[in-house]
Structure formats: structure tokens, C-alpha cells
Design a protein. Structure first.
Length: 232
């Protein structure tokens, strides 16, 4: 199961996520207690292993903002919280396809769980520029990093139905204590955490990071075992 540790602000925290076994690290370039600058990430990203995916998180960005940040910081992917430009993902996909030497750009779209969840999933199913969809919670003041979980039971049937069609990444309110239950309930393709493994906003807790990754890995193994047919 794919694991992303988001909201990193220092090289120490990014390396902690890598050493714990995360597949990806995230850097927030939007208004947030975890916000970083291009200059900060430009110093961090080259010092991380090449195999680790490095995502920039953007809220309603311009095309030029995303491209400039990706190139300057050496990012391998972007996470888009956007409603202003529904065609941005395709525009980015086409732009970076013309620069094959830098490798494929990973593109995640963020969707907030709400009453129109199924309709949103139907729309995203037709967006072939997107690699995966992050399902998050939101508040009136924050579009991510809220530390709040949405109703997993209410979302369960939709998650299980769309798993074959969309890579769904679960976010929002996850922590080392509840992530195994979330994985069993929703069976997502991946998980994404920020505040749930922090000692303070923008500062990771080493014990929580390691416990989170271990809990996800163990839950994924148990889930795979449960899906295997019993021996005759």
C-alpha cells in the first residue's frame, strides 16, 4: 500500500519519513502552518533518495506556478486542490510529456468527502490526466491538514465500488491508532498523513511516523491474507 507523509518542513523530517518506509513525501506550497518556500524545498529534495516520490501540494495554483516549482525544486509529483481550473491536470500532463528526460510527473487530485461524493468520483473517473485521487476532509477554513476524519462507514460502499477504476488515497484525521481500522474499512490504494504524525504543526514526531507506517504495512498484509481463498 502506497504511503505519503505530507507537510514536511525540514530535511530531518523528510528523511525520517523515508527511513520509516514511506513511498512519498509532501511539501505544502499553500497557506498552512506547514507551508514551505521553493528555496527550502530546493535544498531538501536533492538530498533524498531518487526512489522516493516528492510531491508539491498546491491550492488553486496557476499553471506557471506549478511548473516553476516542479522544475526549481526537482519534484516528481503534484497534489492539486483546485476548483478554478479543472483543465490544469491535463495541461500539466501534456507539458511535462514534452520533457521525457525528467520522467513522468505524478498528478494527484484532491476531493473532499461530501454528500455529492459519488458524483465527484464519476467526474474524476473520466479525468485520464490524473494518476490518483486523494479523499480528504475539510473545514470552513482549511482544505487539508485538518486532523479530522470523514465518515468512513458512509463512504465504504463508494470506496469499494470505485477501487477497480480509481486509485483512491485516504487522508484526513489519520494517525497511528486509527489507520489500520481505516485501511480495513475502506481498502484504499494508499494513505496520506500530515497532522496525525506531528509533535507540533510542521514538526514530525519520530515515534508517530514509524508507528503509522508500521500500522499501515501490517494492515495491508492482513487485508491481503483475508482476500486469499482458503486452502481446500
Amino acid at each position: 500500500m502506497w504511503i505519503k507523509i505530507c507537510g514536511n518542513t525540514t530535511l530531518e523530517d523528510a528523511r525520517l519519513a523515508v527511513d520509516a518506509g514511506a513511498d512519498a513525501v509532501g511539501f505544502v506550497f499553500a497557506e498552512s502552518p506547514r507551508r514551505v518556500t521553493r528555496a527550502q524545498v530546493r535544498e531538501i529534495a536533492p538530498l533524498l533518495p531518487k526512489k522516493v516520490e516528492k510531491y508539491g501540494v498546491f491550492v488553486d495554483p496557476s499553471f506557471e506556478e506549478v511548473v516553476g516549482t516542479v522544475v526549481e525544486c526537482g519534484l516528481t509529483g503534484v497534489q492539486l486542490h483546485t476548483t478554478n481550473d479543472p483543465g490544469l491536470a491535463l495541461q500539466l500532463r501534456e507539458h511535462f510529456a514534452e520533457v521525457p528526460a525528467r520522467g513522468r510527473l505524478g498528478i494527484l487530485r484532491v476531493m473532499h468527502y461530501a454528500s455529492d461524493f459519488d458524483a465527484q468520483l464519476e467526474e474524476l473517473r473520466r479525468d485520464h490526466a490524473v494518476d490518483a485521487v486523494v479523499i480528504d476532509s475539510r473545514t470552513a477554513k482549511a482544505v487539508g491538514g485538518t486532523g479530522l476524519a470523514f465518515d468512513w462507514r458512509a463512504a465504504q460502499s463508494s470506496f469499494l465500488r470505485d477501487a477497480p477504476h480509481l486509485r483512491l488515497i485516504l487522508a484526513g484525521g489519520l494517525n497511528p491508532e486509527n489507520v489500520a481500522r481505516a485501511v480495513y474499512t475502506l481498502q484504499p490504494w494508499g494513505v496520506d498523513v500530515a497532522s496525525g504524525v506531528e509533535a507540533a504543526p510542521g514538526r514530525k514526531d519520530p515515534g508517530k511516523v514509524r508507528a503509522f507506517v508500521d500500522a499501515v504495512r501490517k494492515a495491508a498484509v492482513e487485508m491481503d491474507k483475508a482476500k486469499q481463498p482458503a486452502e481446500a
